[in-house]
Design a protein. Sequence first.
Length: 87
Amino acid sequence: MSLEEQITFTPDQQVHLNAWSSVYIDAQIQQKLGITLSQFLINPGKYLFLAWLTAPHIPTNNGFLPLLPAQVAASRRIHQRWAEEEE
């Protein structure tokens, strides 16, 4: 890939990539399983489960796994509605 070539993403793809990248980092997938982000993105559920199996005794986020992208989106919508109700 030359310096001039760029990979472009749709807004939906950007949101998807950002959300799963955060999950990859928060769940410490690279450290626990030694796989790349691109490998993780092929089957994130599988790798989240494997990471949990390999280190269930390591608490993250107060003992919880990171939120999945759909859960993050739902949380944002809920918090936005709460903020609108307070106005």
